[in-house]
Ligand binder design. Structure first.
Ligand code: E4P
Length: 216
């Protein structure tokens, strides 16, 4: 399973990349706004931190304008992936950009049928939002499972990029149902390494080692 970082925080992405945990990065207009930085500048910097895809989202709502914005975003770096909303215009733009060889990420997916459409227009990734469905008491993980089954039924190559991940349990459940990629905030990815028994066991090992008076 690939790990993407859902962030525009350069330090946080670099820290995870140094450990070897970054296969790509996703951003959205809210994440860019939060960074307070110039969109193209920050995307270019992130693209230098990973060889994987870095999703940069269009903000136009008409297909022709989305295509124009997508082509502009692609000039930032070779690993830019153009992110498009799951609307009819977004699907149309996805079809055109994908046929030009541009990697595409269709975002704001909340139903299996939406995911089916994204696969039909050749999206590189579909981004179903788990947390936002859970927020309204629906089952985000069921959506990931349904999309996995539908894509497998027909051999679609579009990768299931589980998004809106809020917890380590979301990551585990995505791995169990076969999501191709998860994108999560840096804190969630770091938290995957935590276990109280690991901390307790390590403290005991180090104490016992200290008692031997040896060094390595
Ligand atoms: C994915 O690409 C989105 O940027 C992101 O996962 C949305 O997460 P949120 O619902 O926590 O804002």
């Amino acid at each position: 399973m690939k790990f993407f970082v859902d962030s525009a925080d350069i330090d946080a992405i670099s820290e995870l990349a140094d450990i070897g945990l970054v296969d790509g990065v996703t951003t959205n207009p809210s994440i860019i706004a939060k960074s307070g930085r110039d969109f193209k500048e920050v995307v270019k910097e992130i693209c230098g931190l990973t060889q994987g895809h870095v999703s940069a989202e269009v903000v136009a709502t008409q297909a022709d304008d989305m295509i124009r914005e997508g082509r502009t975003l692609r000039t930032i770096a070779d690993n830019v992936c153009v992110k498009l909303p799951l609307t009819l215009d977004g699907l149309k733009a996805c079809k055109t950009l994908s046929s030009e060889g541009t990697p595409t990420n269709v975002t704001l997916c909340f139903s299996p049928n939406q995911a089916l459409l994204a696969a039909k227009v050749g999206a590189t990734y579909i981004s179903p939002f788990i947390g936002r469905l859970d927020d309204i008491t629906l089952d985000g993980m069921e959506l990931i499972q349904d999309i996995r089954e539908i894509y497998d039924n027909y051999g679609y190559e579009t990768e299931v990029l589980a998004a809106s991940i809020r917890s380590v349990n979301h990551v585990k459940d995505c791995a169990l149902v076969g999501a191709d990629v998860i994108t999560a905030p840096p804190a969630v990815i770091k938290n995957l390494a935590n276990h109280p028994l690991t901390d307790k066991g390590l403290a005991a090992f180090l104490k016992d080692w200290e008692g031997t008076g040896q060094s390595i």
